[in-house]
Design a protein around this ligand. Structure first.
Ligand code: NAD
Ligand code: DAU
Length: 356
């Protein structure tokens, strides 16, 4: 079996659903259920005998040790993290705790467990760490996309905390020989995306008649990948990646934030026209820029394509329209998310931004 951490979050839950669709092998989900963890994402598999949920944190060394000893997974896939840049700017401490200290605790627990395994099991074992392209910092408009050897230049408390955990993973391979794999993916979008991030926030706000707040001039560029393609890339790296290596994952799909929001509005105009016939784009407003806002991310995914044969399958047009439709078809998911801690966060964050 494999152990997934943070499997109740956006990407982790998509990964578990895809894993159980494609594999017979059982999966255990260790998740602390922070505001971002939502077990509703996994209702389709909660009765599946191949799936087991364990409530707990990767920072709990006793739990991690007990779980590894009892279940003896052949791999650990680590999604558990604090993941939202704006939250890291307002409150970095949680990011340092989870993404550095707790992640260290997990890696250390995995190392001790791995060292106790018989030789063949040690050779076969994998620790896959899900990192981000944000550790590489920001690109100018004309600069080539990030390759795996791009220098680390994290600019936010979030990306700095992810960079720290990447360094630990690297050191555990170099020093102890732990068979690690690290992936750096660009911005994901798709079903179950928590509506604090750009794409789901804009869909949900548009439908609820709220403003669509674009930071700064809206010309920042992100490289978008449909979440199911990210999951297939992780499965590819897990099965064919070389221990100690890092792999960039991206969709070769750069868009400005303004383009993204306009495209969402156009899809909603088609799928759910407003009763008064007015365009959703009228709800767009420009607000104070994010502090330290990275201008551009772009991923060069040549290595994973050439060495492991992975390519994304979903075009941005198809992925975005499926995503918009998913949110239209799941209003109850949205309203349950919004009735929780999400609403408190939205109030705290946006009331402090000035309209420009
Ligand atoms: P998310 O915030 O939606 O989910 C994080 C999950 O981790 C939640 O279920 C949460 O409950 C859990 N968690 C948090 N702290 C924990 C702890 N101490 N122990 C156990 N579980 C804990 O995040 P996401 O968007 O699904 O991202 C998953 C991973 O992928 C993160 O490591 C993130 O850095 C990385 N990543 C995300 C993107 C993206 O666009 N979302 C892109 C590239 C990489
Ligand atoms: O690049 C990978 C990263 O992508 C992941 O590591 C992070 O976990 C994930 O959250 C994401 O980070 P971003 O900061 O790029 O994503 P976010 O959705 O927060 O913002 C995308 C862009 O949209 C960014 O330039 C900021 C802008 N934005 C965001 C929000 C929430 C707005 O203009 N308005 C908004 O209200």
């Amino acid at each position: 079996m494999i152990l997934v951490t943070g499997g109740a979050g956006f990407i982790g839950s998509n990964f578990i659903l895809a894993w159980l669709r494609d594999h017979d092998e059982p999966v255990i989900n260790l998740d602390k259920l922070t505001y971002a963890g939502n077990l509703e994402n996994l209702v389709a598999v909660c009765e599946d005998p191949r799936y087991r949920f364990v409530l707990g944190g990767i920072g709990d060394s006793e739990l991690v040790a007990r779980l590894l000893e009892a279940t003896k997974p052949r791999a650990v896939v680590n999604f558990a993290a604090e993941s939202h840049v704006d939250r890291s700017i307002r409150g970095p401490a949680n990011f340092i705790q989870t993404n550095i200290s707790d992640t260290f605790n997990l890696i250390e627990g995995v190392r001790k467990h791995w060292e106790s395994l018989p030789e063949q099991a040690r050779l076969d074992f994998r620790f896959l760490h899900v990192s981000t392209d944000e550790v590489f910092g920001s690109l100018s408009d004309a600069a080539p996309a990030f390759t795996e050897t791009h220098p680390y230049q994290p600019n936010s408390p979030y990306s700095a905390s992810k960079a720290s955990s990447d360094h630990l993973v690297r050191a555990y391979h170099h020093t102890y020989g732990l068979p690690t794999l690290t992936t750096h993916c660009s911005n994901n979008y798709g079903p179950y995306h928590f509506p604090e991030k750009l794409i789901p926030l804009m869909i949900v706000n548009a439908l609820q008649g709220r403003p669509l707040p674009i930071y700064g001039d809206g010309k920042q560029v992100r490289d978008w990948l449909y979440v199911r393609d990210h999951c297939s890339a992780i499965m590819t790296v897990l099965s064919r990646g070389k221990p100690g290596e890092t792999y960039n994952i991206g969709g070769n799909c750069e868009r400005t934030n303004h383009e993204i929001v306009v495209e969402i509005c156009a899809l909603l105009d088609q799928e759910r026209p407003k009763p008064d016939g007015r365009p959703y784009a009228e709800q767009i407003i420009y607000v104070t820029d994010r502090a330290g806002h990275d201008r551009r991310y772009a991923i060069d995914a040549t290595k994973i394509r050439r060495e492991l044969g992975w390519v994304p399958e979903t075009s941005f047009d198809r992925g975005l329209s499926e995503t918009v439709r998913w949110y239209l078809e799941h209003p109850e998911w949205v309203s349950r998310v919004q009735s929780g801690a999400y609403r408190e966060w939205i109030n705290l964050h946006y009331q402090k931004l000035e309209r420009q």
